[in-house]
Design a protein around this ligand. Structure first.
Ligand SMILES: Cc1ncc(COP(=O)(O)O)c(C=O)c1O
Length: 416
């Protein structure tokens, strides 16, 4: 791997592609160009191997046996927590809880923390950019507990209206739960500033890092956030595994989300006590293979280096924006200010439904997303129902952007 990375940190995405078996496939007879990374990323051979190897060599339940396989599985699964902790700068791996995905992670916090700590009149602040997974759980608590949800809006450039923050952050604000990087606009929000402002009123802060953690370095201690969630499958790991980082005192104090085996210390028919972190929140047999696969994904990312990944994606992003902007029939959403963004570009081809755009790109082997991107309130704010979206990762190249644009020209000619 090291020889793939030049001293400048640059790397050749064509060489990186060799690590990903899926790119041997042809789609409609064409080489696969995968530009749907915000939905899920492709998996390198090392991740696939780690799962295969686990089932072939080690498969056993964790924490339950003294036999060799159980011991090995336990160590491998715990090691995966350690790798994630290291990856995000968490001091203690026990503050990393594995969940199914970012959605389950936010639900765990809504039930485990919100249900027991929020009361009528308390307020949760989100932004208009949130993915549904960071809206609907708080609506559940609004309906159950009578809390109020406040929403920080955006300006016409797609940046958060930070001037409105002081009015929305009051002593009633108990939690700020916000997206780091938008899965629609690509905007990277100034979370460090917002965390500092939230602390002034004593609010906790939950960061949805699903779209940032795969693409840019993050250090939870530097940020000072209380909780952070992400999904493994968006960072080259398998599906069915995600995680929460939580501040230890909060995780110690919170109630479990799910109850049953493995999350207990002692059970009598009268009462039960809870296991130590993180197992208190990982009830039942967890996704052991998925956790180990996530650990392998973290290794793969660390080998390339997140700063190098970020630099590569920024180059692809700048190139894509420059090329797409040459055509007045391509409407790009976001990317209108100098704010930091990740490699996500939502757009529409004038006069053509985004599903037709995505369908025709697929004919050329190019995978892009079309739809509301699970962010309907943001789509409503932008006065539209659907967009097409390209999103980039380590294996994407400028040549792929050129091919995508060539096809968009055909789309416009045929439908527009
Ligand atoms: C910003 C953001 N948050 C949360 C999620 C939910 O992730 P998952 O479906 O893996 O739970 C997504 C998925 O697209 C996302 O983009």
């Amino acid at each position: 791997m090291e020889k793939l990375i030049k001293s400048s940190g640059a790397f050749d995405p064509l060489l990186i592609k060799n690590d990903f078996p899926v790119f041997k496939r042809r789609i409609h007879g064409k080489p696969l160009i995968y530009l749907d990374n915000a939905a899920t990323t492709q998996k390198p051979q090392s991740v696939i191997h780690s799962i295969d190897n686990y089932y072939r060599q080690h498969n056993s339940n964790i924490h339950r046996g003294v036999h060799t396989l159980s011991y090995e599985s336990t160590v491998m699964y715990e090691d995966a927590h350690k790798k994630v902790a290291d990856f995000i700068g968490a001091h203690d791996w026990r503050n990393i809880i594995f969940t199914r995905n970012a959605t389950e992670a936010i639900n765990l916090l809504a039930y485990g923390w919100g249900l027991h700590n929020l009361k009528k009149g308390d307020e949760v602040l989100i932004t208009i950019m949130e993915h549904h997974s960071n809206i609907v759980p708080w609506q559940m608590l609004r309906d159950l507990k009578g809390i109020k949800i406040n929403v920080l809006g955006i300006d016409d450039k797609g940046d958060l209206l930070l001037d409105e923050l002081p009015a929305l952050l009051t002593e009633r604000t108990k939690l700020v739960s916000m997206i780091h990087a938008s899965n629609v606009l690509g905007t990277v929000n100034p979370i460090k500033h917002i965390i500092q402002e939230a602390k002034k009123v004593g609010a906790l802060v939950l960061i949805d890092a699903a779209q940032s953690i795969p693409h840019m370095p993050i250090d939870v201690n530097d940020l000072g956030c209380d909780f952070l969630v992400a999904s493994g499958h968006k960072m080259m790991g398998p599906t069915g595994i995600g995680f929460i980082y939580g501040r230890q005192e909060l995780l110690e104090d919170m109630e479990p989300f799910m109850y049953g085996g493995d999350m207990i210390e002692k059970v009598t028919l009268e009462k039960s006590t809870w296991n130590e972190l993180p197992w208190k929140y990982e009830a039942g047999t967890p996704n052991i293979a998925g956790g180990i696969g996530l650990g392998a994904a973290v290794d793969y990312i660390q080998n390339i280096g997140l700063p190098n990944i970020y630099q590569h994606e920024q180059e692809i992003l700048r190139y894509a924006l420059e090329k797409m902007s040459e055509f007045d029939w391509i409407n790009i959403y976001g990317h209108k200010s100098d704010s930091q963004s990740v490699g996500v570009v939502s757009f529409n081809v004038e006069g053509v439904h985004p599903h037709d755009v995505a369908g025709m790109l697929d004919e050329e082997g190019i995978a892009v997303r079309s739809g509301h991107h699970c962010a309907q309130p943001l789509m409503h704010e932008l006065s539209m129902d659907f967009t097409a979206r390209v999103s980039f990762y380590v294996y994407n190249s400028k040549e792929e952007i050129d091919l995508c644009i060539q096809t968009l020209k055909k789309v416009k000619k045929l439908f527009g």
